[in-house]
Every structure is written in C-alpha cells, then in structure tokens.
Design a protein around this ligand. Structure first.
Ligand code: ADQ
Length: 456
C-alpha cells in the first residue's frame, strides 16, 4: 500500500491540542487517519538557529508528523513577504495591495528548497506526495532537482487569477512552470482550471485538453477542479448537540427574541467585510421594519497582523459599525455586534443554527467553507437562508443560496430583507437542495477524488 505524504505550510496541532481549526487541517488529518502517512510542514515556531534535523513525532494509525521551524528571516521573506505579501493579494485580484521584493522571493525559493531536502530523507518508493497551497508552489521542482520521480500532486486553496491579473505578478512564468512539475494540479473550481489553461495558451507555453490533460514546458500533467468540502455529517451532529448548549442559550438570551444575521471570517480584505456591513446599514435604512427586529453579529478574528495591508481593516470596520450603531441603536437594541475573538467549531456550529441568515459575501474566495458549514448546521424543519457572493468558489455548487454581487451592497441589503421575509416552504426547498449536495460531496469524497487522480 502506498503512503500518502502531505505537505502544508503549517501543521495544525494533532491530538492533545484539541480539534484543529480550519478546513485544510481537518481534510488533511482525515486523509491521513484512513491509511496513515506523513504530514510535513512548519511547526509554527520561529527559532534563532535551525535544528540539524526536523522533529519527527509518531502517532497512532501510522501517522508521522514532521515539523520544521523557520528563522525570523525566513518567516519575514517566505511567509509574510512573498506568500502573503505578493501571492495572496495577487491571487485575490488585489494587485494594488501586492508588494514584491527580490529578497522575499529568494526567501520563498530557499524555504521551498529546504522543505524539499527535509522530505528527500523521508520518502520511500511508492509514496504519493500531496502539496497544499500557494506557499509551496516550487516544491515539486525542488524535489525533481533531487531526482525524485514519485507522483506529486498540488492543490491550490485560493483562486487562480485570470491571465491579465497573473501577468502583474513578478516571476509569474516561473510560478506556472513550477506548477507544471506536478503530475496533478488541482484547483477549487472549473473557473480556476479555465484561468490556468488560458494562461498557458495565451502565453504560448502549452495547453490543457478537454479532459484536463495538460502539456507545457516539456511536461505532461493532469489539471482538474476538486471543490473542497466539509465533514458534513459531523458538522450536522455538532450543530444538533450544541442547540441547547450554555453558549447558544446565552446568545439567545442576549438576542431577546430578535433574529440573528451572522458573518464568520478571518479578518481579511478578500472577505468583503466593509461592504457587508454597509449592506446591513442599507437593510436598516430602507427597510425600517427590521430595525430593532434583527441583530447582525460579525465574528472576525485578526490574522496576519504584521502585514500593513491588514492594519487598517479592523479600524475601518469598527468605524462603520460604530457609525451604524450610532445612527440606529436604541436603548434596548444594538444593531451590530462586532467580535474580534475566535470560537471553536462546535460553538460556531451552534451559532450558525441559531441564525436566520448566514452572510458570506467575499469579493473573491477560493471556496469558502463557512458557507458550507452554515448550510450543514441548519435545522431542516426551519432553516436559515444563506446569502452568498457569486465570487466565492462555493457559489458554483451552492446555487440554491441567495446569490449576490457583494460590490452592490445596496442590492445585498435588499436581498437580506428578501431573505428575512422568505416563506418557510421556500427556505426548506432551498436548504434541501444545498444539504443534498453537501452530503454527496463532503470532504472525504473530495480527498478520495484527489487521491484517485494522483494514483492514476
Ligand atoms: P480561509 O480563507 O481561511 O481558507 P474559509 O474556507 O472560510 O476561509 O475558512 C476556513 C475555516 O476556518 C472554516 O472551517 C471556518 O469555520 C474557520 N473559520 C473562519 N473564520 C473563523 C472565525 N472567525 N473563528 C473560528 N473559525 C473560523 C482558504 C481559502 C478558502 C478555502 C479554504 C479551504 O481562502 O477559499 O475555502 O482555504 O480550501
């Protein structure tokens, strides 16, 4: 039986640290639990001197976790610099926020080389290597340079930008050439596959055929969409379990009979939070019957706080929330609750179930798992409504949601009014279709589809 070797930027705590947060970590752990295997990535530690060897921990079920540390310079150049200062904004269509420097790119390349060397010592004949996300695009090339001929797969969790945007990224040709060193290149949606194929064709590097067989830079590879999903059945169970939990009871007591609109995101400029809050303002301004009848709760803990592109988002949001609360609040009602701490998935599951509307309005998003989690957590007899941006990858599958254009926040505000007034029958019908999709295509099916392509 061949081993699965997974490489991610960051290793989430396994075992004693409790359940890991984040869709990637859940999917990876679940994949490795089934057959065992190796998970290699950054430990989360920044050290002054790197240890001679990576730390190797062995767990039950043949799971081996290999932890690498980063130096401060590596963290600054590889992680903050090129990965999150250049690629993340560019892949989310924000060339205006993109920054680029040669030292950052050198750091990015060097860390990928070091990850490849660490892997080299651990790989066995027959292993299948599955690399995740934009931090590690050059890893396959580095492994090939070490004469490794194993099957290598890559999955991009973010969008793949259209050619006109990608051309703005310094080093774009090298990035795409590095991608083609993998045997399988997986994207979230067909739109991403099409963008990748268009880049190869229009830059005259190669092509992708109708069945996803690609050829470029003298290599052959398979390109395919694998929309990531959630652990649907366990999410449903958590939501049911949490229905009568102390947290949900406290939330409901605080709402005092008002209906809840919920947003849950990492604090990121791609998530459309300012426009979302303005859509809520529009709801109160133009549909006064909902004043004092609903509360909007936005949970958005800070991430990547060291990057200046993230510095102003929080204060901008707080300003809008303060302004709207100032304009509409009453002595017994606060329209907007803005919360910057994070909660466990279990607690969130209970909060989703208690909400009449899930607001997921990114300006662009690879998939967005919150949209899927919100659907799974609803009570099928009285489900809430998902209001979903057309620019989330999830909108390709979840077309039974209320699909909105997040840039048109006035229309989003009106869609919120429509969602609050939606008859029970329509809510049930829409929810049934959405949940059906999530039961058929959960994270296990997603992972097996990728593994099958990698084995082919
Ligand atoms: P993210 O940008 O982090 O992920 P998303 O998919 O919404 O976006 O969230 C990942 C996970 O984090 C979800 O399971 C969610 O419950 C959790 N989470 C988000 N906000 C939280 C909060 N405030 N508190 C606690 N938990 C929170 C990237 C891509 C996405 C893609 C995923 C997986 O940007 O488009 O869906 O990877 O591929």
């Amino acid at each position: 039986m061949s081993r699965l070797v997974v490489v991610t930027n960051r290793i989430a705590p396994v075992g004693e640290g409790g359940p890991p947060q984040g869709g990637l970590a859940v999917a990876v752990l679940e994949a490795l639990k089934e057959h065992g295997g190796v998970w290699l990535g950054w430990s989360g530690k920044i050290v002054e001197t790197l240890p001679d060897k990576p730390r190797i921990r062995r767990y039950r079920n043949n799971l081996t976790v290999v932890e690498l540390d980063l130096t401060q310079a590596e963290y600054d150049t590889y992680y903050l610099g090129y990965a999150n200062g250049t690629l993340w904004p560019a892949f989310h269509y924000r060339l205006d926020l993109m920054e680029f420097s040669r030292p950052n790119l050198d750091g990015y390349s060097a860390v990928n080389r070091r990850f490849a060397r660490a892997l080299d010592g651990l790989l066995q004949p027959g292993d299948r290597v599955w690399v995740h996300d934009y931090h590690l695009i050059p890893l396959a090339s580095e492994l090939r340079a070490l004469d490794i001929s194993l099957r290598l797969g890559f999955f991009l969790h973010t969008p793949f930008p259209v050619t006109q945007v990608l051309l703005g990224v310094p080093w774009h040709r090298n990035l795409v050439e590095h991608l083609t060193a993998y045997d399988v290149i997986g994207f979230q949606t067909d739109r991403d596959v099409a963008a990748f194929a268009d880049y190869l064709a229009s830059e005259k590097h190669g092509q992708v055929g109708p069945d996803g067989e690609g050829e470029a830079f003298g290599r052959k590879f398979q390109v395919q969409a694998f929309p990531i999903s959630i652990e649907t059945s366990s999410m449903i169970k958590q939501a049911v379990d949490m229905e009568d939990s102390p947290q949900v009871r406290r939330l409901k007591a605080a709402l005092r009979g008002r209906r809840l609109l919920i947003g849950v995101d990492r604090l990121d400029y791609s998530k459309g939070l300012v426009r979302r809050i303005r859509a809520v303002e529009r709801l109160f301004a133009v549909h006064p019957q909902f004043r004092s009848a609903v509360t909007f709760m936005q949970i958005a803990p800070a991430t990547r706080g060291e990057l200046h592109q993230y510095a102003s988002i929080r204060s901008e949001l707080e300003q809008h929330a303060g302004r709207i609360n100032g304009a509409y609040a009453d002595y017994d009602w606060m329209p907007i609750r803005y919360i910057s701490r994070s909660y466990s998935r279990r607690t969130l599951a209970g909060f989703y179930r208690a909400s009449a509307i899930g607001l997921v309005t990114p300006l662009i998003d690879g998939m967005n798992l919150v949209a899927k989690e919100y659907v799974a957590c609803q009570d099928p007899t009285d489900p809430g409504v998902l209001v979903l941006s057309r620019f989330a990858g999830a909108a390709q599958e979840l077309d039974g949601a209320l699909i909105v254009n997040p840039y048109d926040f006035e229309a989003v505000g009106d869609a919120l009014a429509g969602a609050l007034e939606m008859p029970l029958d329509e809510r049930r019908d829409r929810h049934r279709v959405l949940l059906d999709r999530l039961k058929r295509w959960d994270v296990t099916v997603w992972r097996r589809a990728f593994e099958a392509a990698l084995a082919a």
